[in-house]
Design a protein around this ligand. Structure first.
Ligand code: ADP
Length: 174
């Protein structure tokens, strides 16, 4: 499933984000930048130890922020570590929007043309998938509506439920 926004595309794919060959993949990170379970665990095991080492050198990232490292042995040359909110901590919508937007800004600053996101905060952090789909897709679409070098924004959805939630939301984007 794809939509065109200006001169760019938003694409939905089902599957493992570590298989993505975009310039960067986004990690659903925590503020300590410790690669634990979920997306981070898959990145750690496929990408090798250099990613955690680079994260350690950076040290910390606030909720709603994003930082970049190399991609180690991944197909993607870079990993952008975006820190989403934990459900219940407050101000989740703004924080998830900022995590998405700051990832796109970091991609742009590093002259990257394509990026793949997971459904940030919807795993261990417990944020509802429908709201996540709405916030992340709207943020990506608004960003791509302005001048940008980013050509492809991909969302890699791990299971059928997440894919369906994003598919339903993308159809409602105007
Ligand atoms: P968070 O701590 O931000 O909730 P998680 O990594 O636990 O992050 O989960 C975020 C989302 O990514 C969840 O919907 C989860 O099912 C999904 N996910 C887990 N592993 C992968 C993977 N390898 N590729 C794509 N999505 C994944």
């Amino acid at each position: 499933m794809k939509i065109r926004v200006n001169h760019s595309k938003i694409e939905l794919v089902k599957g493992d984000i570590t298989e993505s060959n975009t310039d960067a993949i986004v990690n659903a990170a925590n503020a300590q930048l410790i690669l634990g379970a979920g997306v981070a665990g898959a990145i750690r095991s496929k990408g090798g130890p250099s990613i955690q080492e680079e994260c350690n050198a950076i040290g910390h990232c606030p909720v709603g922020g994003a930082v970049i490292t190399g991609g180690g042995n991944l197909k993607a040359r870079h990993v952008i570590h975006a820190v989403g909110p934990r459900q219940g901590e407050g101000d989740e919508v703004t924080k998830l929007k900022n995590a998405t937007l700051n990832s796109l800004k970091v991609a742009k600053e590093n002259k990257l043309k394509s990026i793949t996101f997971p459904a940030i905060s919807t795993g261990v952090y417990g944020f509802p998938i429908d709201a996540c789909a709405r916030i992340m897709l709207t943020t990506a679409k608004t960003y791509l509506s302005g001048p940008t070098i980013i050509k492809r924004v991909v969302f890699a959805l791990f299971d059928e439920t997440s894919f369906k939630a994003f598919e339903d939301q993308i159809k409602t984007l105007k």
